[in-house]
Write a protein that binds this ligand. Structure first.
Ligand code: ASP
Length: 311
């Protein structure tokens, strides 16, 4: 059998009580995503199918900040961002600030395959989802009690401490965005990322997770990568394509390239940054500078590996 690999992340950021109290549920959420991707790859499915299926599992799991379980913006609304890329032909699709779409990564894929564009946003993206017959849900489906309480607490804090947005963003990142990378038996790489963004964000704010070359990048010749952390810093450093460039132009192996990007090139960044990546030989690599990054991978039929904190 040719090598098949799936790897996922469930966000990089600070540790939190929510995470510590739900470690097993987080681990099994990551396992479910790995097995959704793995079973597709094992049947000869494509890496694009595998990353979409893995992300769908995480989007449907309210513990993760994507799809159901997305955090709320300043108006207590969910606005989601996602992207997907096929390493075979650099085809890609992305969606930003979308509401009501059950699985934003599936919308990103529909944009990639069924529109003549790459990136749709907001009401136009929702209209395209409707036209494509994608599953929609009422706003309440996406909002968990935990996220609503977090929103309320922050809104009260804001009223008592006007102008404290910077500190707020640093305090409010206690569960994460999701991403996946895969290698299929035909040697094709793919990557995808999906998020509800940052807690209490300004309405209309767009996450790196939907940006090709920042949150997501895939190229069969070099690597597939999905990033997580503080989107504004990931954008400044064009994180996904940056990893690709280090590998392609410097010939750096994937493990070294991930470590170089996060711990050396971006050493001075005062925010969370993390990524998972895979190269054409199926080597999985990850790096993060945060207290935790939910992550896991499965290579061929070997048991899956899942972890949350630094080893
Ligand atoms: N990168 C995401 C954003 O900026 C958040 C995350 O990865 O946790 O919205």
């Amino acid at each position: 059998m040719k090598k098949i690999v799936i790897a996922v992340h469930g966000g990089a950021g600070p540790d939190s009580a929510l995470i510590r109290e739900n470690i097993e549920a987080y681990q099994s959420g990551l396992e479910d995503a790995l097995s959704a991707g793995h079973s597709i790859l094992k049947k000869g499915g494509s890496s694009v199918d595998a990353v979409e299926a893995a992300i769908n599992m995480l989007e449907n799991n309210p513990l993760f900040n994507a799809g159901r379980g997305s955090v709320l913006n300043e108006h207590a609304q969910v606005e989601m961002d996602a992207s997907i890329m096929n390493g075979l032909d650099l085809n890609c699709g992305a969606v930003s600030v979308v509401q009501q779409v059950k699985n934003p990564v599936t919308l990103a894929r529909a944009i990639m395959e069924k529109s003549s564009h790459i990136y749709l946003g907001n009401s136009g993206a929702l209209a395209f989802a409707r036209q494509q017959g994608l599953e929609l849900r009422p706003d309440a489906y996406f909002i968990t009690e935990y996220n609503y309480n977090q929103y309320e607490e922050e809104a009260q804090h804001q009223t008592a401490n006007p102008g404290d947005a910077g500190e707020r963003q640093a305090r409010r990142k206690d569960h994460g965005t999701v991403g996946a990378v895969a290698l299929d038996e035909y040697g094709n790489l793919a990557a995808a990322t999906s998020t509800g963004g940052l807690e209490n964000k300004t309405s209309g704010r767009i996450a790196d997770s939907s940006m090709i070359g920042v949150g997501t990048y895939a190229d069969n010749k070099v690597c597939a990568v999905s990033c997580t952390g503080d989107g504004e810093y990931l954008m400044q450093h064009v994180a996904g394509f940056h990893l690709h460039a280090i590998m392609e132009y410097k010939g750096m192996p994937i493990v070294d390239a991930c470590n170089y990007l996060i711990h050396d090139r971006c050493k001075a960044v005062e925010g969370d940054m993390g990524l998972i990546a895979i190269d054409p030989s199926g080597t999985v690599a990850f790096a993060f500078n945060s207290e935790r990054m939910h992550r896991g991978w499965r290579i061929n039929d070997e048991p899956s590996e899942v972890s949350i904190y630094p080893e």
